[in-house]
Design a binder for this molecule. Structure first.
Ligand SMILES: Nc1ncnc2c1ncn2[C@@H]1O[C@H](COP(=O)(O)OP(=O)(O)OP(=O)(O)O)[C@@H](O)[C@H]1O
Ligand SMILES: [Mg+2]
Length: 291
């Protein structure tokens, strides 16, 4: 473990952007798998009603598993403990032949019912603390907790930021996308001000560009997007695995791996996007745990 890893266990990281489709779920599960491969004990929290993190980690229908609790049950029923909603992350579809659990990687199962979460939280007591309180129940069990946020800046996401040590903003390259980051920064600032007494201390520590075109033919934003991000966010912008490249390159393996419900590390071990996620995970300050 690195010094930063050891100082603050577990390290809690929220993957956010109010803009939909900006690579939050893809990055949460693939960085999670990489960290687990490093030998860290990792928990992925699926806080989005689309349940993409759950699907990517093997659970296509998280609400339909007999007797299994989900994040929504934990949110709405104080008698349900977070442990009850935690399942092993899988490589392949749940119940299919050959599907195996991924070592060191667990998942707080998502739920389609989370679409009612904002409404529920509107009238709940100490609503912004909902996720912090739940994560406190399992803190000792994990080295790193990654939260896949929905594409909004509502109460679910405020709760995620409030529970976190650091925030990773995921963006696709482009001017509009980059402008959207200002709102996340403002939101974090407001949360820090309003909830300092509850220990709010999250920082925007990383900007992760995804779906980065590798050739001009793939889009005019090729160089511009890269330079704009660097100009605006400097060293916060995470590098990729090749010289001068930022973030995660565009790769057809990403939608394919999602469709197969296998993280990149097991779907396309030697692939470019897999190498980029490894580089990003290292650039975030993590390394393989010595055995
Ligand atoms: N590097 C990449 N190359 C190609 N496609 C990508 C890449 N990264 C993400 N995508 C695709 O972009 C889409 C959005 O990604 P993802 O679901 O991770 O975003 P999100 O921010 O979680 O979206 P939402 O806000 O809807 O939850 C998906 O179809 C995904 O396959
Ligand atoms: Mg998502």
């Amino acid at each position: 473990m690195t010094a930063t890893q050891a100082e603050n266990i577990p390290q809690i990281i929220a993957f956010t952007n109010q803009v939909g489709g900006s690579g939050k779920s893809t990055s949460t599960v693939n960085i999670g798998a990489q960290l687990a491969d490093f030998g860290l004990r990792v928990l992925v929290v699926d806080a989005d009603d689309q349940c993409d993190a759950s699907v990517a980690l093997g659970y296509m229908f998280p609400d339909q598993i007999d007797g299994q609790k989900t994040i929504y049950d934990c949110l709405t029923d104080k008698t349900v403990k977070l442990q009850e909603a935690i399942v092993p992350a899988l490589c392949g579809p749940y119940g299919a032949e050959g599907t195996k659990p991924i070592d060191n990687l667990h998942l707080v199962l998502g739920s389609g019912e989370m679409e009612n979460a904002e409404q529920y939280l509107t009238t709940a007591m100490a609503r912004e603390l909902w996720l912090k309180r739940l994560l406190d129940q399992v803190k000792g069990d994990y080295d790193v907790i990654l939260i896949d946020c929905p594409g909004s800046l509502g109460l679910v996401v405020i709760g995620a930021i409030l529970a976190s040590d650091r925030v990773v903003a995921c963006i696709k390259p482009g001017f509009k996308e980059l402008r959207g980051l200002t709102r996340i920064e403002q939101k974090i600032e407001a949360i820090l001000e309003d909830f300092a007494e509850y220990g709010a201390h999250a920082k925007l520590t990383d900007v992760l560009m995804v779906d980065v075109p590798t050739h001009r033919s793939q889009g005019a934003v090729w160089d511009d997007g890269k330079n704009m991000a660097r100009d605006a966010y400097g060293d916060l912008v995470l590098p990729g695995s090749t010289e001068g490249q930022l973030g995660i390159r565009r790769s057809t393996k990403i939608p394919e791996s999602y469709a197969h419900q296998k993280v990149l590390l097991y779907f396309d071990r030697a692939g470019e996007a897999t190498a980029d996620y490894l580089a990003v995970t290292k650039a975030m300050g993590f390394k393989r745990v010595a055995k």
